[in-house]
Design a protein. Structure first.
Length: 306
């Protein structure tokens, strides 16, 4: 089976004890919601300005969310609040004010239902929990659009990674979880070329090498035809660990979309190699892997026989 070194892109090590290493994040309350196993959503990195990042995220995700899934549905309760029973407390200013505050609150809660920012547990990382939508499709759609139009839509958002599964960041939990989680992409008859990218924040008990080795082994066991490719894999397994939560997704076009970096993807392509994003339809994406998309390169075969 494959070695950890094969599944993992090379990365430069920072010296131990670099600033901010392992320091816990400010405890200030963000409504008490925080990233925990069982959530899905979108992990967003930014530079210093988290509040502005959350604002940008809401507006970008709102725009594309409405486009892809239609506007959010309001319940009858909020609809009714707005008009019918205004007359009786017309004279009572305080009551009217109370009601207005209630309406604004209801509206806000309504607004944030599909996308809700929660405390990520790491600096310069924002986590937007999603409800009832498929983060991988949404984020791929956003990047594909920005890659095509080259329109810069954000200032402080750097990378935007869909997270379609979360579990506890311990080896046993991760092995058990990914055996099922990886199936739609990698379980025979589905197969693909892949790489694993790993990042841990505020966590020192996991070993990058061990995680990559174990997860690559699971991908291999689901279908021996899954092959490692670090240059242009069909699938990139994203592993983002924050404290004791492991965030996972399997994304397409990771190389083409510049590691899902919104600043980089809108820059013009200097090499002039216009590659096209993978064209799986949104429905197919989760279950079907298009077999004819990539030729087996001799390189992969050599890599297996090393």
């Amino acid at each position: 089976s494959m070695s950890a070194a094969e599944a993992a892109p090379v990365r430069k090590r920072r010296p131990k004890g670099h600033f901010g290493a392992g320091r816990a994040k400010r405890p200030r309350g963000g409504g008490g919601r925080q990233l925990e196993p069982g959530m899905r959503g979108i992990l967003i990195t930014c530079n210093m300005n988290e509040r502005k990042c959350v604002g940008e995220a809401y507006s970008l995700l709102g725009e594309y969310g409405d486009l892809l899934y239609g506007p959010e549905q309001f319940s009858d309760h909020e609809e009714r609040l707005s008009g019918s029973d205004r007359e009786e407390d017309e004279d009572d200013v305080e009551a009217a004010l109370k009601k207005e505050v209630g309406q604004i609150r209801a509206c806000t809660e309504q607004k944030l239902r599909r996308f809700q920012s929660v405390e990520s547990g790491a600096n310069n990382v924002v986590f937007i929990r999603t409800q009832g939508i498929e983060p991988e499709n949404l984020v791929h759609h956003i990047l594909k659009d920005m890659h095509t139009t080259k329109k810069k839509k954000t200032r402080v958002i750097l990378r935007m990674l869909p997270i379609s599964g979360t579990c506890k960041a311990f080896m046993e939990d991760m092995k058990k979880y990914t055996e099922t989680f990886f199936e739609p992409w990698f379980k025979a008859p589905n197969k693909g070329t892949f790489q694993i990218v790993y990042k841990a924040r505020n966590n020192s008990h996991m070993s990058r090498e061990e995680v990559i080795k174990e997860l690559a082994g699971i991908v291999g066991s689901l279908n021996p035809e899954n092959k490692v490719d670090l240059n242009n894999p069909q699938y990139t397994v994203v592993v983002e660990i924050i404290k004791t939560v492991c965030c996972l997704s399997v994304v397409r076009d990771y190389v083409l979309f510049r590691k899902y970096n919104l600043q980089e993807v809108v820059k013009s392509n200097k090499e002039g190699t216009q590659q096209n994003p993978s064209s799986l339809t949104e429905e197919q994406n989760s279950n079907v892997v298009n077999p004819g998309t990539e030729e087996e390169s001799s390189k992969e075969v050599n890599q297996e026989n090393k």
